[in-house]
Design a binder for this molecule. Structure first.
Ligand SMILES: Nc1ncnc2c1ncn2[C@@H]1O[C@H](COP(=O)(O)OP(=O)(O)OP(=O)(O)O)[C@@H](O)[C@H]1O
Length: 484
């Protein structure tokens, strides 16, 4: 378990040093080390190549590439400025610049000379480094290509499991060879299952290999709003310039294009232009292409013309692996038995798992207690009681009966026509998935059926879900409805 945050906060505030210019960056790193998780400091801040002005009024930080520059600026510039001010005892200007390549060599390249020393020093010990041999190049906003990627969402931080194996493999293929196979790549699945994470990972991977690639991540709603603005301002040329010249377009939640004819037309144009120049398009949606409503057929058929892959809700073991890995990233250790306990109780999606983990970590830090099942139970008290209250077999039977327009009484009846038997099997499957009830208990609640009948239904629906997108989609809707 990580040490409680409160004690480090106390020592951080006591550590005002009025550092001399030559020690300023070292002191700043030390302070940030107390305020932020070690992983963040080591990944993003320690590798910066710092140059402190002689009078200590300004610190210039060399960043390896634009991508890192965007992230450091958005996430850490404010914190770095505040830490510098705290340790210097007066405001210190912070400037981010692109460091010449040789000042911050890429890991793969053989490092040489002063630049190596600078980087090695910057990585291992918080010291003031010499100014780079060549003047640093301040980034010009005009030259900056804003890809809007979140650098934290990478393949490395995406846990693999059977739920996302195929989508992940296809995504990695696209990142390695964009414009070739699987174009467009269409990824669909329920809420919070990692679609956005996966598309960011594609963009981040491509940029890591080819920093000059023109990559854009955009949410479909933002695309809609760009179309509207271009319409109002009559700036469609600029719009085309922006979207038609990309190497990789990552567009999230295309179901938002429904009923927006002009947007669909512009997207169709961008789509055709990008495919013609062998650029890659990756889309996500909450449903498979033919399940999209109010989107023109010509667009739907194009969505489906490359590879369409689903991301399923993660199975138990994958949920456990995600919890353990996310806890580790936060600098905490989650014992396996606790991870199993949480994963068994939080089944819906990864976003909810993350929420549960955050609660447990905060509860543990606040109370200065080790993470255990008892602590997790207390931390998740509200969530667990809501779940227990909401998902009952009766609730499932009613929801499924409503959805398929049959009578609730048919859930217990002996009737066998397919339009009744199938929803009943679906309800049994959901009862097994979403409640803690045993097979015999479920059988009892379905009109006193044998547990083998329930087992047969559960296996049948689980298998069909893998091969029938329609059924899978209906189950997603039912699950989301039941989980509220
Ligand atoms: N396999 C995974 N391993 C690690 N983290 C994951 C995984 N899947 C999802 N996550 C995390 O879960 C959270 C939700 O994922 P994400 O935003 O990608 O979901 P989504 O499918 O795009 O959801 P929505 O449809 O609501 O936009 C993110 O913080 C993401 O990093």
């Amino acid at each position: 378990m990580s040490s409680p945050r409160s004690s480090t906060e106390a020592s951080a505030s006591a550590q005002r040093v009025d550092a001399a210019p030559s020690d300023l960056w070292a002191a700043c790193l030390e302070r940030l080390g107390q305020e932020l998780p070690a992983q963040q400091v080591n990944t993003w801040i320690r590798p910066l190549v710092a140059r402190v002005a002689d009078d200590g009024s300004r610190v210039t930080l060399g960043v390896a590439n634009r991508f890192k520059m965007d992230w450091v600026r958005a996430q850490y510039a404010g914190k770095i400025g505040a830490a510098l001010q705290a340790v210097a005892g007066r405001p210190v200007a912070v400037e981010l610049v692109l460091a010449p390549r040789e000042a911050v060599p890429r890991a793969a390249a053989a490092p040489a000379g002063a630049a190596v020393r600078a980087q090695a020093l910057a990585r291992t010990a918080p010291v003031l480094v010499e100014p780079p041999a060549e003047p640093a190049v301040a980034e010009s906003p005009a030259a900056e290509h804003r890809h809007r990627l979140n650098p934290a969402l990478t393949f490395a931080t995406l846990v693999e499991g059977s739920a996302n194996r195929m989508a992940r493999a296809a995504a990695m293929h696209v990142a390695a060879s964009p414009g070739q196979l699987y174009n467009p790549l269409f990824i669909y699945g329920g809420v919070g299952l990692g679609k956005t994470h996966l598309v960011h990972a594609i963009g981040n991977q491509l940029l890591a290999e080819r920093p000059e690639a023109k990559v854009l991540y955009i949410h479909a709603e933002q695309f809609v709003s760009d179309v509207v603005k271009s319409y109002q301002r009559k700036t469609f040329d600029a719009f085309k310039q922006r979207y038609h010249n990309l190497d990789l377009l990552l567009i999230d939640d295309v179901q938002f294009f429904a009923n927006k004819d002009r947007t669909q037309e512009e997207f169709f144009n961008a789509f055709e232009a990008l495919l013609a120049k062998k650029s890659h398009i990756v889309m996500t949606s909450d449903t498979y292409p033919k399940g999209l409503t109010d989107i023109h057929e010509r667009l739907v058929s194009r969505f489906d013309s490359g590879l369409t892959v689903a991301i399923e809700p993660p199975e138990l073991e994958m949920r456990v692996a995600i919890l353990i890995s996310k806890a580790q990233a936060e600098g905490a250790t989650m014992p396996e038995d606790v991870a199993f306990f949480v994963a068994k109780n939080v089944r819906s999606n990864v976003r909810e798992l993350e929420g549960a983990l955050r609660k447990i970590l905060a509860y543990s830090r606040f109370n200065q207690r080790e993470i255990s099942i008892a602590l997790a139970r207390e931390a998740l008290k509200d969530l667990l009681s809501i779940q227990n209250r909401q998902i009952s077999v009766e609730n499932i039977q009613k929801t499924v009966a409503d959805f398929y327009k049959i009578k609730v009484a048919d859930m217990y009846s002996r009737k066998r026509p397919a339009n009744i038997a199938r929803p009943r099997q679906i309800a049994m499957y959901l009862a097994k998935e979403l409640t803690q009830k045993s097979l015999p208990e479920i059988g009892e609640l379905f009109g006193g059926r044998d547990h083998t009948t329930v087992l047969h239904a559960v296996r049948k629906i689980a298998a069909e879900r893998q091969t029938q997108p329609d059924l899978n989609q209906q189950l997603h809707v039912l699950e989301q409805t039941l989980k509220g």
